[in-house]
Design a protein around this ligand. Sequence first.
Ligand code: SAM
Length: 256
Amino acid sequence: MARQRLGQHFLIKGSVLERIAAAAVPARQGPVIEIGPGRGALTEKLLKRADRVIAIEVDPYLAEHLGRKFAGEPRLEIVEADVLQTDLGQWGQAAITGNLPYYISSPIVEKAVRLAPPRAVFLVQKEVAQRLAAHPGERDYGFLTVQTAVFAKARALFEVKPAAFYPPPKVDSAVVLLEPVEQKLLFDTWPFLQFVAACFRHKRKTLRNNLAGIYGCAVDEWPEAGLRAEQIPLEGFVEMFERVVNWPRMHTDAHG
Ligand code: SAM
């Protein structure tokens, strides 16, 4: 991929780098994985706080530059790879951080939270941070919010203006903290998230309208039928999904 398409906006503001490193590594405990280290500005701050840093960079030119810059630093492992093709679990329980390439920030966040790291701290487009940390009823609440909430509690920490980067991006950015949820879902998340996606298919439509094509008029009887998905908290989706997965059995029982 051409380098200008790799989302290369390098952080140059020291105070922002310090704050991200402090949020990602509040105590010297376990390794930290950095996604997209670029020229190593955040890497340097992380090395001051963590015993071990694993830095995953897809651009061979930057990976080589990092190798030279940090030559003789045994606590840093540079991995030249696409993060989306990398098994992030291979280093055991590790915090995950990075000033993410914005073109793939959502799939990176999804991949990271599924691993339930002790904490993940990402600099993302402000709009993405708002979607991750939104509450039911808010404009930014949507599928990405619920998908993330299945695995992690998200909190927007602080905003970062374009002037903190070189070259400056066209959008505002924000740092988001993700911590694992205490209560995990008791069922397979894949069919559950398919159900949630169907609920959000047309954001302005009611659940009745979004689900009628799949589940017929039975949804009409639901107390939530006239609501929109953006009004439903995670527990509400779980409750509705449990109704859906029980349907065939209830139907058979009733007729047989
Ligand atoms: N961390 C650096 C900083 O703050 O100055 C650079 C951040 S820059 C926004 C994103 C970095 O992610 C770039 O170095 C880019 O080459 C790298 N990157 C882009 N796509 C990637 C991928 N699929 N896997 C790993 N790194 C990637």
